[in-house]
Design a binder for this molecule. Structure first.
Ligand code: NAD
Length: 290
């Protein structure tokens, strides 16, 4: 396939590389980052999109996505697919899909889970929103860049799934970290805490697969001085998106709201910026009851 790839940062570059390695013809554009080897460099986003069967975007946020989409969609061939893999607000995903529909272009919102490691290894999970026809086309590419792709529903459903998942993740990480800090103060050995919880009803991905306590459980960013991994500021971004969505549909999400506010404090007022999101554990270790 002929693919236009816009946004070749930490995630986009390895994803594009995997498409090139699988034999696809990729033309890339980024305002800053260099294009990866094997990718042709376009002079603009519109140029990267011209004549492409699929245009993939991997951009920082919804505002930039809307700007890029406004430039790119008019340059696309009718029947081609605009596939956004960034994590953005549901409203932006739906606005871009509407714009695409008006131009006779198919649209898929397909945020990913799996981080930079998953992008490099081609083991991302894609959660997609859009029509069956559009999904069928991009699924061929998701199978190269990832290990799983779930068609979640109509436009916006991919972003909805992503922010709900990450709201659970943020809340669960905080719960796991505060429980470890409490266990410390109760004199409980961390390894014993892990042995019990990881096989009891408190188990979770954050405890079992990404344990925030160094030296306990499988290797995770806590064993690497909390270098990300998944940075706290990216978790804050996703929690804010979950709260934007909750406001828009009048959903009561008290735990998500509290998680967003704790990560906001951690990132903006404390030393959380640039640290993995599991660094909430050393934060709680230092604190007394509020
Ligand atoms: P990044 O900042 O490394 O990459 C974004 C790229 O977009 C940059 O290279 C930037 O120069 C480029 N860009 C910005 N404006 C542009 C424009 N107008 N035209 C062309 N290029 C433009 O970010 P990333 O870590 O690659 O993340 C990308 C998206 O993936 C984000 O939405 C993020 O939330 C999501 N995501 C990231 C991770 C992760 O672990 N990094 C995991 C899952 C999802």
């Amino acid at each position: 396939m002929k693919i236009g790839f816009i946004g070749l940062g930490n995630m986009g570059a390895p994803m594009a590389k995997n498409l090139v390695a699988a034999g696809h013809e990729v033309t890339g554009f980024d305002v800053q980052a260099p294009v990866p080897e094997g990718t042709e460099r376009a002079a603009s986003a519109a140029e990267a999109a011209t004549g492409a069967d699929v245009v993939i975007t991997m951009l920082p946020n919804g505002e930039i996505l809307r700007k890029v989409a406004a430039e790119v969609i008019p340059a696309m061939t009718k029947g081609a697919v605009f596939c956004d893999c960034s994590t953005v607000d549901v409203e932006s995903a739906r606005a871009v899909a509407d714009q695409a529909a008006k131009a006779g272009v198919l649209a898929v919102d397909a945020p990913v889970s799996g981080g930079v490691g998953g992008a490099a290894a081609g083991t991302l999970t894609f959660m997609a929103g859009g029509s069956d026809d559009a999904f069928a086309i991009v699924k061929l590419l998701f199978d190269i860049m990832g290990q799983k792709a779930v068609h979640c529903g109509a436009s916006g459903a991919g972003q909805a799934a992503k922010i709900c998942n990450n709201m659970i993740l943020g809340v669960t990480m905080i719960a796991t970290c505060e429980a470890f800090a409490l266990a410390d103060k109760l004199g409980l050995d961390r390894q014993k805490m892990f042995d019990v919880v990881s096989t009891s009803s408190g188990y979770s991905w954050t405890m079992n697969a990404y344990c925030p306590a160094p030296g306990v459980g499988p290797k995770s960013p806590s064993d690497n001085e909390y270098r990300p991994g998944f940075a706290s500021e990216l978790m804050l971004k996703d929690l804010r998106l979950s709260q934007l969505a909750a406001q828009a549909v009048d959903a009561d999400t008290p735990m998500g709201q509290l998680a967003a506010s704790l990560y906001e404090t951690f990132v903006e007022k404390e030393d959380g910026k640039g640290m993995d999101f599991s660094a909430m554990l050393p934060r709680f270790e230092k604190r007394k009851r509020a």
